[in-house]
Design a protein around this ligand. Sequence first.
Ligand code: GDP
Length: 359
Amino acid sequence: DVTEELFSTEESLKELAQLADTAGLMVVDSTYQKLSNPNPRTYIGSGKVSEIKTAINAHGVETVIFDDELSPGQLRNLEKAFGGNVRVCDRTALILDIFDQRAATREAALQVTLAQMEYQLPRLTKMWTHLERQSGGKVKGMGEKQIEVDKRILRTQIGVLRKELESVRKHRKQYRTRRLSVPVPVVSLVGYTNAGKSTLLNQLTGANVLAEDRLFATLDPTTRRVQMKNGKEFLLTDTVGFIQKLPTTLVAAFRATLEEISESSLLVHVIDISHPLVDQQIEAVEKVLSELDASSIPKLMVWNKVDKAKNPEEIKSKAKSMEDTICISALNGSGLDEFCNAVQEKLKDSMVWVEALVP
Ligand code: GDP
């Protein structure tokens, strides 16, 4: 995966710690190991396992999080090695947890539950084999049977969820079609998580969309009407933030939501210009956009948080020299007039702009 190489191990771990914080956990320590191949049984080597175990005891650790997806077997072996009450999870499970906490609409909640179940399905395997061992093999096959029963239940639930999701989506689609019959262009905000999309939406519309210094504050697409000084309007949609190593189950679950991006007239890529990994974040977002076939949609680059940057004047003049690039501070409102003018300018070229439809 290209984006994985964009971030160094340390950078990715730092982001993982931020994700853990977002999930409400307190991070006490972090470590990594360079292996040519992950250990098939425990992902890390046995020496590293003991080292982590020592840290667990020293700090009273309750959860150990791995930055890569662990196989069901690795998960189980690690839990066994770390002992009784320690929960082992991976980046995917952590992100799913955060999404679960944050889903605000019925559709988002359904999507997240579906992704969680699909994540669990392969991990059910052998969860029950301890029953066989405990009985000294007398109930041989009992574990296997239990797995099958559990899998069947889970598959049925997944089927029910899919149907429900379909009907919710149909409903929203009708609403969207009605909305599209009014010729107001749709502008979608995209960007790495925490770039300032919600803040920008709030500044422009006075809408009180949750803006937090947390990863994934926004999960549901929120659409607001923005009226410009000349009376023209556009619809501004906030979308789920992107992140490197976004779990594939989640991308699949949120595909319908993300696909709306590809129906917009204009994309506004919000960038946290003060972030040390700004280039990697931009690339990670562009990669998702191309996966969504959204690369051909007109785009405006918005360099946000210029107030926080070390060299604001330098950044501002650099933005001026670049095409389709605007420098703003969504927080204090500077550059917003310029932003609206740029949006209007970009929409002029767009087929769905009101004037183009009304001769
Ligand atoms: P989102 O995940 O892209 O929707 O990001 P948010 O809008 O939730 O913003 C993430 C954090 O960055 C919040 O703490 C905001 O207050 C902060 N933020 C957003 N825009 C700016 C800005 O222009 N300057 C500064 N200093 N902070 C900002």
